[in-house]
Design a protein around this ligand. Structure first.
Ligand code: THU
Length: 130
C-alpha cells in the first residue's frame, strides 16, 4: 500500500473517533508485515484515564487478531501540526515492532516519516527482563 493510501486510511478514522471531552479526533492505520491494515481511533471516557489513543486501538485490534509484526503506522488529526504518538503509544508500538516507521499526516496533505527508534531511543524492551 502506498504512503498516501495508508494515510488516507488513518484520515478516514477521524469521523469514528469518540472525543466528547477533548474534541481532538485522531485516526491511525497500522500496516502489518503481510500488508494487512488495522485501523483505530481515539476513544475517550468520562473518567479521562481510561481513554484509549488511536494508535493503541489499532495495535490492540491487530494483536487480538494474531498480528504482531508491524511495518508502518499512519497517524492523522485535523490539526496542521503533526500529531506524533504519545509516550505510552510509542512504548506499546515498540513492544512489537521497534524498527517500524511512523507516518504523520495533516489535512493539507503534509507528511513526515520518522522511525520509532528516533521517537523512542533507549527503548525498555523484553530483552531487559531476561
Ligand atoms: N491522542 C491520540 O489518540 N493519540 C496520540 O498519540 C495523542 C493523543 C488522543 C487522546 C485524547 O483522546 C486526545 O487525543 C487528546 O489528548
Amino acid at each position: 500500500m502506498s504512503t498516501e493510501e495508508l494515510c488516507q486510511r488513518a484520515v478516514a478514522m477521524l469521523d469514528l473517533a469518540y472525543v466528547p471531552y477533548s474534541h481532538f479526533p485522531v485516526g491511525a492505520a497500522l500496516e502489518c508485515e503481510d500488508g494487512t491494515v488495522f485501523t483505530g481511533c481515539n476513544i475517550e471516557n468520562a473518567a479521562y484515564g481510561p481513554t484509549n489513543c488511536a494508535e493503541r486501538t489499532a495495535v490492540f485490534k491487530a494483536v487480538s487478531e494474531g498480528y504482531r509484526c508491524f511495518t508502518r503506522i499512519a497517524i492523522a488529526s485535523r490539526s496542521e501540526e503533526f500529531c506524533p504518538p504519545c509516550g505510552v503509544c510509542r512504548q506499546v508500538l515498540a513492544e512489537f515492532s521497534p524498527d517500524m516507521d511512523v507516518l504523520l499526516t495533516t489535512p493539507s496533505g503534509k507528511t513526515k516519516t520518522l522511525s520509532l527508534r528516533e521517537l523512542l531511543p533507549y527503548t525498555f524492551a523484553s530483552a531487559m527482563l531476561e
